[in-house]
Design a protein around this ligand. Sequence first.
Ligand SMILES: [Mn+2]
Length: 464
Amino acid sequence: MLLKNNKLLSDYTDFGDKRLNARLGKICNQMSKGFGASIPSSSRSRSEMKGIYRFFKNKKVSMQKIIEGHREVHQKDRDKVMKQTLLIAQDSTTMDYSRKRSAQNFGPICYKYHRGFILHNSMVISSSGVPVGLFKQTALIRSNESLGTSSTNRVPIEEKESYRWLEHFEELQEYYTPYPNIEVFNVCDREADIYELFCKKQASNVHLIVRSQHNRKLLDKSKLHERIASSPVKSTYQIKVTDRETRKKRKAKVTLRFCQVEFKLQAPRVWQKELPSLTLWVLQVEEINPPKGKKGVKWILLSTKPVKTISEAKTIIRYYELRWLIERFHYILKSGGQVTKLQLKDSKRILNAVSTYSVSAINLMRVNYLAREHPELNIYQAGIQPQEYRILYVYANKNMDKRIQFKEHDPPSIKEYVIVIARLGGFMKYNSKNSVLPGLKTFWRGWIKYEEIKQTYYTFMSMN
Ligand SMILES: [Mn+2]
């Protein structure tokens, strides 16, 4: 699957240089094989390693170009779809390079002596909860002087760090406006509760779902949070929530409230433009009787899409729940991909490497979540080549379990395929009937081993 995708990647990437385009595809393949390993140890030869370093330092290569190329791969059929809903989760994560060679080329993060950058991502997720790819990726490198001044409000939004949320939102409106058959929900956490962001909404097929942070004053002088809390409960139902610390899922019984609200930024300051008033829909889910010692779920969400029925409200809540996947992406990129261990010298090379690793990380996540959300899909439908599946199954049959049989005309489901890969990574809870799925980390460990096995197989084949 990765191979197939990466071949396509070079067809869509345009660095203005054909050889460079082809290199990106190759390098993404390379990175996914050694995902989590250093560049020298994932290279087969010195020249291959040097090739990667040269690619990262090439003037024509940039974070933007890499992600745009990748985006054209996963969005290539956008003019053919009849009707589709996409979620795009936006979020930031800090990348700490304090103890690395590149530290001086970055800026402060959190504290003065911590150095690195803020990575901001927009990640495309299918409405059934499968990661599709990245839409946009930007890096924010602070200047030394900026530290400690970010709390001041006395600058126009365009000069603020939080402008990144608006920038990503504007680009995705521009991108999807010509495709009215695709409905897009941009899903953000509390950090994005920015008045100016809501004012940017124009495209009728692109909506915002943002978790509310500020208890804003409404046009009728009441307050947003009190207003929603006092509106009638429309439904009581169960949702699945993931515990932040243990990452275990549990069922939560919640009440659901929603209503329409109108507000306007009170008396704009001199540095603010006169902004229009906003009509939004506010939703609240609140857990009834959370388990002892747990802080129950309570979300207040703002939606630019009208919410009139209970089922529309539940859909918005579900989309917000799926925002969790971007946190998983940041986790796998940092802890699995080990991108903060990179020992490249300058910041440009690091940023290019981060984007390349990001493409690999998201491909890996996609296979894993496809198995969770569409377990019955057969692997051919999921785009996996018979050859790849054959290598895996022959190996597993000989070394792990006699029951794992390769049957060309009776391909396994994506769920079984993911479990067999994860077993290479030490996943033990396996029986063919009622098995749980592996976590991302185990899957990723198995994936690396699987890549090695494939590599060995191809090497031997080429000798004959
Ligand atoms: Mn966040």
